[in-house]
Design a protein around this ligand. Structure first.
Ligand code: ZN
Length: 377
């Protein structure tokens, strides 16, 4: 009986195996074909996920004709692409921002050109762009934002400032980025960290308890009074400068250096008694807004001539201070930008590299800050 059963089962089994084999072959073939399609796309520079989605969207030949494109890769990874924007996506420079594709879609919906969109992403981080896409389409985008340090968030202020003053785009963006469209001391920015390139002015202030971390006492041989203090890094540089000046026959002296928040209150009060409120408002920095609180600023005098500006020491400083890391901080020419009147005696330590750049390019620290420090990440 057993033998018979086996014999009768054999043809059925072999048919079953044949069909199974055929199915497996088809599946394997299909799988290999599918893998080859994916690999073709990956080879061009797309991720596994993007390649799968490209294949399922029947966009393989389109993608192969384009080649590697980071923005298209992201678009297909997220599966948020719109058919009609395919040719736009590929012309948009990829930016590593969380809501990049979502924002690209919104900007295209609003009607911005790919050129505009590239400008927008170059001037704002993810938060700034996400705010910007909620607005209606703006005008003058290219005018302001061909300036590399223009900020998306400042757009309305650029338009308002330019309308109110008639200034060109370059001046407008510079002034607004420095908050010069706001009243002095109003809505000022708090600066917390000590650094040799820190910027303190009428729009950027220090807290009452801010003390430079490397504050040291100044040797009284260098100063006009006992007990003055300064940042160590700045004082070191000053000593080198003073020696070099001396070698050439010029005699400079420190008349004022670090001033605490309380010192600035005392100075304000004494000027108030002597000259009145108008004078104080105009010429004396409010407590927290004086660069002297950083320990990096020095008021320098000549040991030979009372009025520093008339001294040979002043001329020497003009030519040489940058070699030691110091800049002439407040000049007549830059009054509109620094917010302080001409102060020939006031020097600020920023390090040799920055000081040399500022000297050679006839800049203010404010302009340097806007160009190189306060830029979008
Ligand atoms: Zn000063």
């Amino acid at each position: 009986m057993k033998k018979v059963k086996k014999i009768t089962l054999k043809p059925k089994l072999s048919l079953f195996l044949k069909i199974l084999g055929l199915i497996l072959c088809l599946l394997l073939g299909g799988f290999l074909f599918y893998r080859k399609q994916i690999n073709d796309i990956k080879k061009v520079g797309y991720s596994e996920l993007a390649s799968k989605n490209i294949l399922f969207a029947s966009k393989k030949s389109y993608i192969l004709s384009i080649g590697e494109n980071e923005t298209l890769n992201k678009v297909f990874e997220e599966k948020t692409y719109k058919e009609e924007y395919l040719d736009s996506y590929r012309k948009i420079n990829y930016v590593n921002q969380e809501h990049f594709i979502e924002n690209v879609n919104k900007l295209l919906d609003i009607g911005y050109s790919v050129g505009d969109i590239n400008i927008i992403f170059a001037h704002g981080n993810d938060e700034a762009v996400s705010r910007f896409v909620k607005r209606e389409k703006v005008r003058y985008l290219e005018e302001f934002f061909t300036i590399k340090y223009a900020k998306l968030d400042n757009y309305d202020r650029y338009v308002a400032y330019s309308d109110a003053t008639g200034e060109d785009e370059t001046t407008t963006v510079l002034y607004v980025n420095l908050d010069l469209d706001k009243e002095d001391y109003a809505e000022a920015t708090l600066v917390k960290d000590f650094s040799m390139d820190m910027l303190i002015n009428k729009h950027r202030y220090l807290e009452e308890d801010f003390i430079p971390k490397d504050l040291v006492e100044i040797d009284e041989a260098l100063a006009s009074e006992k007990g003055m203090k300064a940042s160590h890094v700045a004082l070191n540089a000053y000593q080198k400068m003073q020696k070099a000046a001396e070698k050439e026959g010029y005699s400079i002296v420190i008349n004022s250096a670090y001033r605490s928040y309380q010192d600035q209150i005392d100075i304000s009060n004494s000027y108030l008694r002597a000259y009145g409120q108008n004078y104080v408002d105009k010429y004396v920095a409010k407590p927290g807004f004086s660069e002297h609180q950083t320990g990096l600023a020095f008021d320098i005098g000549s040991r030979k001539v009372n009025v520093f500006e008339n001294s040979k020491e002043y001329s020497w400083m003009q030519e040489n201070a940058h070699k030691y890391g110091f800049i002439r901080r407040f000049s007549k020419q830059k009054e509109g930008i620094t917010g302080f009147r001409n102060e020939p005696w006031h020097y600020r330590y920023v390090g040799v590299e920055i000081a040399t750049y500022i000297y050679e390019n006839n800049m203010s620290l404010e302009e340097y800050f806007v160009n190189f420090i306060d830029i979008n990440e």
